[in-house]
Design a protein around this ligand. Structure first.
Ligand SMILES: C[S@@+](CC[C@H](N)C(=O)[O-])C[C@H]1O[C@@H](n2cnc3c(N)ncnc32)[C@H](O)[C@@H]1O
Length: 239
């Protein structure tokens, strides 16, 4: 396959294929590294609460976890797709009754499948805004009117405060809320958005973190949410 190259926000070259290779080699330790820590569990709990609420109308339908990784949220999905063989293989082992395929999010319409809802977490942060827009447009071809799309993206406002610099292997994507609305395009109507990880939890003693979570959820539902670390969105497919 021809390798496509782009620049990340630091002007460094990155390719979406290299992102997938990175996850292939990370797969075996990914769950423990990323979500086995108290920081990871905190983020997971916040995301899970929103997924449960926003997916409720599609709970009995066909739900796709796009870039499903090792299957972290496959309990909410009937289908999973991930570009990494290694990540998808782990997801299959954990969820043998679910349909999990290897495939690129950019090529989702080529799978010829229809879903009542699609969710896509922790993918767009690794890609460019134009790839993100392409994937969201592809999702619109796979969800009928009234169906749902849930996704997240790091907040560019928060990153402007913290001076965050992405490591070179991915695109380091982060957007403001108006930029997300632009990327979302005309086929989706925004239903709700929230902030995730409002508090700088890595600076808080581990024992206190759980106590902070309800306050974090609450701040993430106020206008302060644009300053949270991640923005999480729920959109509805327009007719
Ligand atoms: C940070 S992990 C997130 C996994 C899962 N969504 C979660 O939240 O636990 C990102 C995943 O995106 C997958 N990925 C990267 N580029 C992709 C692409 N172009 N299409 C589909 N999956 C991709 C990686 O293989 C990896 O499993």
């Amino acid at each position: 396959m021809l390798e496509s190259t782009n620049q990340n926000i630091e002007g460094q070259e990155f390719s979406p294929e290299a992102v997938v290779r990175r996850f292939d080699s990370w797969a075996a330790s990914y769950d423990e590294d990323r979500f086995g820590t108290s920081y990871g569990r905190y983020v997971h709990a916040q995301e899970e609460k929103l997924l449960r609420m926003w997916l409720a109308p599609a709970a009995r339908g066909r739900v796709l976890s796009l870039a499903c990784g090792t299957g972290r949220f496959m309990d909410f999905a009937t289908h999973g797709i991930d570009a990494s063989n290694e990540m998808a293989e782990l997801a299959r082992k954990k969820h043998p009754t679910k349909t999990i395929r290897v495939g690129r999010a950019e090529e989702l319409p080529e799978q010829g499948l229809l879903f009542d809802a699609i969710f896509c977490l922790h993918l767009f942060m690794h890609l460019t805004p134009s790839l993100m827009a392409q994937i969201l447009a592809g999702c619109a071809q796979c969800v009928p009117a009234g169906g749902r799309l849930i996704f997240d993206i790091p907040s560019a406002r928060r990153r402007s405060l913290t001076g965050f610099r992405p490591s070179g292997w991915h695109a380091g994507n982060a957007l403001t809320h108006p930029q997300v609305l632009d990327v979302l395009g005309a086929r989706w109507k925004l239903r709700a958005w929230r902030g995730i990880l409002f508090f700088p939890i890595h600076r808080v003693p581990v024992k206190l973190r759980r106590l902070l979570r309800p306050w974090d959820d609450a701040c993430g539902a106020t206008p302060l949410k644009q300053w949270a670390s991640y923005l999480m969105y729920c959109a509805e497919r327009l007719p």
